[in-house]
Design a binder for this molecule. Structure first.
Ligand code: MGD
Ligand code: MGD
Ligand code: MO
Length: 749
């Protein structure tokens, strides 16, 4: 890497020495070298804390820490020695801070005490915890209806905090529990629940050891789930076929040098990961999966016994495949028939196949259809409930799956509400609540006036930034439980609170002693997490304690012993065990080494759907004109290597060869020529939608190996381009990976 060359293609494998160097730098920048290093030894270990990075499962049999550069960044940024103090807020007004880049807000370090917004001076000033809780309680109790309050959750919240939080919200009287899942894997849940009777993935890490082929759609593990590369490397070395579909050639999916393998580190070129790499056009995966399924059916390669015993809808599905023409499949996928047939044959030749997918699949208008087509493909060959096979939606936040299991969901089932109400002796509200998009609309239209966020960065993570900012500003009160300063604290309601909480790495001391929390990873393993660093400030409360004290202040009539429950988190877990399926004997089972696995019925070929069988779903392809809306380009908004969602650690995207800048737009060389643009030129990106145009300015064009008609830029800078009503059918996941846009020369240039 050269410091003064912004675009410099990266020739090395993912991982390797540069990953070590970058980790070291992250620790140094946060001034946590000694503490950070010992902290890391406890990440994802049987008696340590769950890494606040991603939801990829742990190999808890290992005795040394599992190295992951981006895990190091996440931990270093939480364990930082930098602090945001009351003096900092006194010195900087909110309007001044609003001018700062998000990255610089994050770089100020950990929040240290509760703060309240003072409109007179336009500064945040300290408030004591009781005062803060009373303020929230008063605002909530003054609302004409509990449905005018919104309770958002990001996916780092522990099971214990999430369970108490949803209980508080429901005792208060609403199901308005939008969460980051609404923007993430919602489409996976909707698609798989309908088809297989469970919205979760069915595979475990052991299946990765047994698979003969692993297909990876729309996912960039080299950056977002680096520990997955370790599994892929092992699989590739034993001859497992790894087949990738991604418009970009992501380095981590091509080659990986495991920093824990001397051979990889000294060899230079690392281990080859993908055995086949296909670059479909953005949004082409429905056509890809349809084509693979068509070949399987037409070559008679189906598992007829499985289909007869466990599925319904096959005949109709098979005839829809036969009726789909190859020229449609080629045009819609952006791949040739020969490529699609080749990939299909790899699938047919594999006795056990795992299908993985990420945001490149879920954040599209037709994501539910695409995921159902992927599941159709699995069902055709009985690739579920067989060792080494099954669906693997790779989750994002470290406990996003657990939060849903605990009831953070705006559409709870009647059976769940019955159990919750019976256990805590109250009548839970039955009407479904707002998801993320509906919550923004409600705040915007004045139908909701209090916004409470358990973590996350709502103002920056959500689509249609201008609308979201207006929506939050119209609120009477906005409250954020946070570890770090972010945009959402500066885009506030008439009243606003920042409530600072403990992070995963910190000791959580309650009346009965230090507490552990639990989390559920992407493969349904539930395990303990206990921090070992002293809290960033003695003013911090744990998330469960914040919920309990807020509930006690807001609901004096509640029969739930809120403060008693948080004295000892075992008490919360005992209640979870009585309400949530699969958590019997929670306290003893979670203490077994490595925790326990939540049963996935599909592993035993049980499919608790309406019909009792797994169901095939046909999804016709729309013609190119309809699905592409006649616009010039399709833009996908993705993560760089130096960010965690809205948290920008640095300005490099090493594997894609970008250094020192984030406003880039990757574009195909032929498109550049056709438009008469030069590589390096600055452009404005304009999305065109029924309600008007939205523009973001000053993006540097980068000639890149990306299909024609496709563009890529980083989120959140481009969220302003995504209209609120541009979202997945049924799942309502914002379609952040398929934004219809045109380019114009930047006026700023
Ligand atoms: N370091 C780090 N780790 C993270 C995160 C982070 O920001 N930083 N975020 C966490 C969260 S919440 C999540 S959800 C996950 C996200 O992890 P990913 O799902 O890997 O997220 P993205 O970076 O959005 O990458 C999407 C990938 O899909 C590809 N893609 C885009 N559109 C299409 C398409 O139409 N078809 C196909 N086949 N591919 C497409 C892109 O080229 C890119 O490689 O990571 C989690 N882990
Ligand atoms: N255009 C576009 N938009 C997207 C996406 C995309 O790919 N493209 N991806 C979407 C996806 S997949 C997701 S998951 C969302 C993410 O949406 P969010 O989950 O809302 O956003 P994050 O950036 O992960 O939240 C970061 C903040 O969480 C707080 N935090 C960190 N750790 C803790 C903790 O332990 N406790 C508490 N209480 N707070 C903590 C810190 O204050 C930090 O500033 O964004 C979505 N938005
Ligand atoms: Mo996510």
């Amino acid at each position: 890497m050269t410091d003064n060359k912004p675009i410099d293609p990266y020739e090395k494998p993912a991982g390797g020495w540069d990953a070590l160097k970058s980790s070291w730098q992250a620790l140094r920048e946060q001034q946590v070298v000694v503490k950070g290093a010992s902290t890391l030894l406890r990440a994802n270990q049987p008696r340590g804390f769950d890494c606040p990075g991603c939801a990829w499962p742990d190999r808890n049999v290992h005795s040394t820490f599992e190295f992951c550069e981006n895990g190091v960044k996440a931990v270093a940024n939480e364990a930082t020695s930098k602090r945001v103090t009351r003096e900092f807020f006194a010195a900087n007004s909110v309007s001044e801070l609003a001018q700062w880049e998000d990255r610089l807000l994050e770089a100020e370090g950990r929040l240290t005490e509760p703060m309240v917004y003072d409109a007179g001076s336009d500064h945040y000033r300290p408030i004591d915890w009781d005062g803060a809780f009373a303020m929230v309680a008063d605002a909530l109790n003054a609302l004409p209806s509990p449905d005018e309050a919104i309770f958002y959750t990001s996916g780092r919240t522990s099971n214990e905090a999430a369970f108490l939080y949803q209980l508080f919200v429901r005792e208060y009287g609403t199901n308005n529990l939008p969460d980051c899942s609404n923007m993430c894997h919602e489409a996976s849940g909707v698609a798989l629940t309908e088809q297989l009777g469970s919205g979760k993935g069915s595979v475990t890490l052991e299946d990765f050891e047994l698979a003969d082929a692993i297909f990876i759609f729309g996912q960039n593990p080299g950056t977002n789930h680096p520990r997955m590369l370790g599994e892929l490397r092992t699989a590739a070395r034993r001859g497992c076929r790894i087949v990738v579909f991604n418009p970009l050639r992501e380095r981590g999916l091509e080659r990986f040098a495991n920093p824990q393998s001397p051979a990889d580190m000294l060899g230079g070129s690392g281990t080859r990961i993908a055995s086949e790499y296909y670059q479909p056009r953005i949004g082409g995966d429905l056509a890809v999966a349809t084509a693979l399924a068509k070949v399987v059916v037409e070559r008679g390669a189906v598992d007829a016994d499985f289909i007869a015993a466990h599925t319904s809808g096959f005949d109709q599905f098979a005839s829809s495949l036969r009726a789909t023409a190859w020229d449609t499949l080629e045009r819609e996928s952006g791949l040739t028939r020969a490529e699609l047939e080749h990939a299909a044959q790899t699938y047919i030749d594999s006795p056990a196949t795992i299908l993985c997918w990420g945001m490149g699949i879920t954040q599209h208008a037709r994501s539910v259809a695409t995921i159902q087509m992927l599941a159709n493909l699995l069902l055709l060959r009985g690739n579920i409930g067989r060792p080494g096979a099954g669906p693997c939606p790779v989750r994002g936040h470290s406990n996003v799956q657990g939060d849903r299991t605990m009831g953070i969901y705006e559409q709870p089932s009647p059976a769940f509400l019955d159990r919750l109400g019976a256990e805590f002796d109250f009548q839970p509200p039955r009407a479904h609540g707002h998801d993320t998009i509906a919550a923004i609309e409600a705040m915007h239209d004045g139908r909701a006036g209090v916004f409470f966020a358990m973590g996350g960065n709502f103002a920056a993570a959500t689509p249609d930034s201008a609308r979201v900012i207006e929506a939050l500003r119209r609120c009477q009160l906005t409250v954020h439980v946070s570890t770090k300063l972010n945009r959402s604290h500066l885009v506030h309601g008439r009243q606003a609170l920042i409530l600072p909480c403990l992070g995963r790495t910190e000791i959580d001391l309650q009346a009965s002693g230090p507490q552990a929390v639990t989390v559920e990873d992407s493969m349904s393993m539930v395990h303990l997490s206990s921090g070992m660093n002293p809290p960033a400030s003695d003013q911090l409360l744990s998330e469960p304690a914040i919920v309990a004290r807020l509930a006690a202040a807001t609901l004096p009539q509640s029969r739930t012993p809120w403060l008693w429950l948080v004295e000892d988190y075992d008490r919360i877990r005992d209640r979870i065990a009585r309400v949530i399926d699969g958590f019997t004997d929670f306290n003893s089972r979670v203490r077994a080494s490595g925790g326990f696995h939540l049963r996935h019925p599909g592993r035993e070929r049980e499919f608790p759907t309406a019909s009792g069988k797994a169901t095939f779903h046909a999804h016709p392809l729309l013609s190119a004109d309809e699905s592409r809306d006649g616009k010039l380009f399709t833009l996908m908004t993705i993560r760089s290597h130096d960010q965690y969602n809205t948290t920008v650690y640095g300005l490099d995207d090493r594997y894609r060869g970008v250094h020192g800048l984030r406003r880039v737009c990757f574009i195909n060389a032929a498109d550049l020529r056709r438009l008469g643009f030069q590589d390096g030129e600055l452009v404005d990106i304009t999305s065109v939608w029924s309600d008007g145009e939205r523009t973001v300015s000053g993006f540097r064009l980068v000639e890149y190996d990306i299909p024609e008609g496709c563009l890529a830029s980083y989120f959140p800078e481009t969220n302003a381009l995504v209209p609120l009503d541009h979202h997945a059918e049924r799942a309502r996941t914002p379609a952040s990976k398929s934004i219809p846009v045109r380019l114009g020369r930047s006026v700023a240039a």
